[in-house]
Design a protein around this ligand. Structure first.
Ligand code: PLP
Length: 409
């Protein structure tokens, strides 16, 4: 979709140009979304820059897409499964909606060992982003949510789509009825929970996109205690857990008691190069209950059965290969500017004090032909920052560093 849609300006004009209008009213929640998702807008500027500079070698360190080939032990497992589908013995139709039990067990045993998470609590999916939407469908429009500011845009956008938010305040860039938990350099990228009002749901991503910062055990313990005291539910996004290189927890379930207050979404995208293959999972613990005592896992199971029907069996064979044998394994340097992240996540978060991030984005693109992401796209808290993705071929990262060094030195 990101690739095929034309420039944002064109998309917005389509309705003006088409001749026939239906009588279907537009969902008011869709109308409430900010114009233009971040990445299409970056594409517009990138394409315009490429048109004006046809000879420049553009380096794309914007969208967090993986670039390295998938190890052939993994692709071989997918190919073998695909070929088997052509045989009477190997053919499989629908699988379990929750995912193949062997893969669910492998995820539990490899990635959640010692946390008490069981295979039966893991729901295999076609990616973390899709699961964010399914969780929002589960939660409905009557809950109030909190998000880190800045944060991955899908939490806020899905919140608007399902009708949890109020109107966007143009002045602040914030939606009413959503709590923005400031996570900036001044608080070490962890919210001041003593100043955070109670919400039903807290979206929390660690290591964080875009700041690259990973919360410590002590910080996550505070978060779990905060949720428990307030009767809140944490939706924890650990899509970048495989990049953690220090002792920071790789899962919220490393914190005692987290199974009573948290759901975890995660993905094969970033650690196995599965962004295009599509495979993720969500952990819904049996201990997690609504205000009326009903287990959340039963409702999530219902959502998955009704709205999903299970991940591709070919792809699940690839996922299983990632977690077994030699399939299981993953930087960027500073430029002298104040740089955060990069150690526990594939993103660096660069501070340009007193600037507007779209201007810095434009300046970097114009002068170095390097595509980054303006921090503003992740919320008002990202205004003075640029996110640089470390996904890329080493030569390109080195070349981009050289060009930026020249620009900023
Ligand atoms: N969560 C975070 C924090 C992300 O940054 C991304 C993708 O960039 C996703 C989820 C989406 O993951 P998936 O490819 O599994 O849908």
């Amino acid at each position: 979709l990101k690739r095929n849609l034309g420039p944002v300006s064109m998309q917005q004009n389509v309705h003006v140009m088409s001749g026939h209008w239906t009588r279907v009213p537009r969902n008011v929640n869709m109308d409430g979304l900010r114009r233009g998702y971040l990445f299409p807008e970056i594409s517009v500027r990138e394409n315009e820059h490429a048109r004006r500079n046809p000879d420049a070698r553009l380096i794309r360190l914007g969208i967090g897409d993986t670039t390295q080939p998938i190890p052939d032990t993994i692709t071989a497992a997918m190919a073998e499964h695909a070929y088997a589908l052509s045989t009477t013995r190997g053919y499989r139709g629908y699988g379990a909606e929750q995912g193949d039990m062997e893969l669910r067990m492998a995820i539990a045993e490899t990635l959640y060992r010692g946390t008490g998470v069981k295979g039966s609590e893991i729901f295999v999916s076609d990616g973390a982003q899709c699961d964010i939407s399914r969780l929002q469908m589960l939660l409905g429009s009557d809950v109030k949510v909190a998000v880190q500011d800045p944060s991955f845009p899908a939490y806020i956008d899905t919140s608007v789509i399902v009708g949890q938010s109020g109107k966007l305040e143009e002045k602040t860039g914030k939606y009413n009825n959503i709590v923005y938990m400031n996570c900036g350099a001044e608080n070490n990228f962890f919210p001041d929970l003593s100043a955070t009002p109670r919400t039903d749901v807290i979206f929390f991503c660690s290591p964080n996109n875009p700041t690259g910062s990973a919360a410590s055990w002590k910080q996550l313990k505070q978060l779990v205690d905060f949720a428990k005291t307030n009767g809140s539910m944490i939706v924890y996004d650990s899509a970048y857990a495989a990049y953690i290189s220090d002792e920071s927890p790789r899962s919220i379930f490393e914190i005692p008691g987290a199974k009573e207050v948290a759901i975890e979404i995660s993905s094969f995208s970033k650690f196995a190069g599965f962004t295009g293959v599509r495979l993720g999972w969500t952990v819904v613990p049996e201990e997690l209950k609504y205000a009326n005592g009903f287990p959340v896992i039963e409702d999530f199971n219902r959502i998955v059965c009704t709205c999903f029907n299970g991940a591709s069996n070919i792809v699940q064979a690839g996922g299983l290969a990632c977690l077994t044998g030699d399939g299981y394994q993953a930087t960027f340097a500073s430029l002298g500017l104040k740089v955060y992240g990069g150690e526990n996540a594939p993103y660096v978060w660069v501070h340009f004090p007193g600037t507007c991030s779209w201007n810095v984005f434009d300046q970097i693109l114009e002068k170095t032909h390097v595509v980054t992401v303006p921090g503003r796209g992740f919320g008002p808290g990202g205004e003075e920052y640029i996110r640089v993705s470390a996904f890329g071929h080493r030569e390109n990262i080195m070349e981009a560093s050289l060009r930026m060094k020249k620009l900023f030195n």
